[in-house]
Design a binder for this molecule. Sequence first.
Ligand code: C5P
Length: 403
Amino acid sequence: MTLAGRHILLVIAGGIAAYKCLDLIRRLRERGAQVRCVLTKAGSHFVTPMALAALSEQPVFEDLFALTDDFGMSHIRASRESDLLVVAPATANLIAKMAHGLADDLASTLLLASDKPILLAPAMNVVMWNHPATQANLAILRNRGVFQVGPGTGEMACGEEGAGRLAEVPLILDAIATALGGGGPLTGRRALVTSGPTFEPIDPVRYIGNRSSGKQGHAIAAALSRLGASVTLVSGPAALPDPAGVQVVKVETAVEMLAACQTALPADVAVCAAAVADWRVATPAAQKTKKSAGGAPPVFEMTLNPDILATLAEAGPGRPKLVIGFAAETQDLIDHARAKLVRKGCDLIVANDVSAATGTFGGDANQVHLVGADGVETWPSLSKTEVAGRLADRIAALLGERD
Ligand code: C5P
């Protein structure tokens, strides 16, 4: 990926993850980009202007009213001269200011004065990240077309564990390339993809799951991203690397998957490739269920899970223009797929035979039929990557027709 001749304005807010910006600047410059840094007051507690200036070989801007900075009063010029504004780390505070149009320092003023694409790489404590205020602010920004990469999940500098880590630098680089637009037919489109199985807890150590590997869903997310879409992949537990340039949200249960999908909206296209459990144990036990003395097996009361595909396909202003489902069947494939198309209210069903003999579950090949209102199209046996590539091309064509 070359970024030769591209101008990036990097806004560094106050968080321990700010140190990763030093590496980000180096990697951007290796790819030919020019990087100018804006450092917030809080950010300057974590990285020095000297380090940023040395790596970017550009002056660093910190003060809205500084007479020494060659910006003068020209915040507008600073953003006009950039192809993309990247906020990394984006703190809860700066995200809140952006969502509500506050401009009380150079960074927030530049962001408000900009008509250029903006990419946020949030980083914060897990409780701040999960707070409804932060999530609502991000939803406002997403609705305005702001791009987002991460945060990742794992151990954090504050010692807590969970979502809130700054996305790794290679992921931020991929997201920058996507936000700048590779010129693909899905540039400027947003896509939501579900993938993998769901795990429904029985008690703290046991769950009900299924054999989905997530290979097909992950390949679709990657293919849509390659065509320029800004992709959110909501994935159940899958032993697969995160696809490059894709925003990945990891969940376990169907209820969590639905919530994550709704948070990721709006989208132009939703592709539901996840193998979602139809039922869950109504009340998972708080402690591990022990074998009873008489050896009688436990009986679990089950309850229906939400149907994510059907929910996303419901008519309304927030419905993606294109909603695509999968039908994994072991018999009467096409009949079941036709019935599913109507029952779920989606635009297209990708039907595949998952009988053990086909090796589809967990395997690398897939033979699918595209079932739509106007008929059935049968594709030859292809690799899951090829199926994903063809499907992404078809999505681009269908969205083009619907404009
Ligand atoms: O009803 P069935 O599970 O056969 O439908 C499969 C399709 O519906 C897939 O696209 C799957 O991702 C989606 N689905 C869903 N939520 C469910 C069940 C299935 O999104 N609870």
